[in-house]
Design a protein around this ligand. Structure first.
Ligand SMILES: [Zn+2]
Length: 71
């Protein structure tokens, strides 16, 4: 895999951590534009959610994000 910023080959696999309370430990991509509920939280009921894979370029630090797998 090639870096979209500097063209370096050999990106390191990883993911974006979600360290919030009651979180599963990883961030997800949610289908549809952000809408907030009455308490200010994001509405996500019934939406498709995808695992976010983040590949890091060791040369410039750029992150390439992919949502390939529905969770
Ligand atoms: Zn790079």
């Amino acid at each position: 895999m090639k870096c979209g910023q500097c063209g370096n080959v050999g990106l390191e696999p990883g993911f974006i951590e979600d360290a919030g309370e009651h979180s599963r430990g990883y961030a997800r991509w949610v289908e549809g534009a952000l809408q907030r509920g009455p308490l200010g939280g994001a509405r996500r009921m019934g939406r498709a959610k995808w695992q976010v894979d983040a590949h890091r370029c060791p040369a410039c630090g750029h992150l390439e994000l992919f949502a390939r797998q529905q969770v």
